[in-house]
Ligand binder design. Sequence first.
Ligand SMILES: [Ca+2]
Length: 155
Amino acid sequence: MKARHTARTMRSALAGLGAAVALTGSPAAQALDEAGAKAVVERFIQSQKPADAEPQAAHHVIADVDADGRSDVVLQWNELGPTWWRSRLTLLLDRGRTYRALSTDLEGQVQGIRVQGSTIVVDTLTLGPKDPRCCPSVKKRLTLRWVDGKLVTAR
Ligand SMILES: [Ca+2]
């Protein structure tokens, strides 16, 4: 009785999975939707081969950062090493058939990313003097701006 129920649950779980895969397989050419953005993120993550580490996507935001009318993707991802991890932010700019990737390191645990025009605002928590390593508590904001074909840190 119990086994039959489990089999049915498995089947419906797999059906759900199939639908999700089919959606991500057809990214929109111009206006990027959520499924298209996920496909772009997945391709980028798979192209990353950090030495001794596993790349893993975390958050992403769809926005036209360079204001050329084509949606770009702002991605926060992590490199997970055996005893360390590194947080990265990558701007994936739509260049028609390909995406141009610009990356920078991030400090702390990312709490949120907002994109306003050509400005990317990243809110993080960093370690205070009394914080244990697991639990940073000091709020820090990083502002990046797309200027003259480059991603610069805004003051
Ligand atoms: Ca764009």
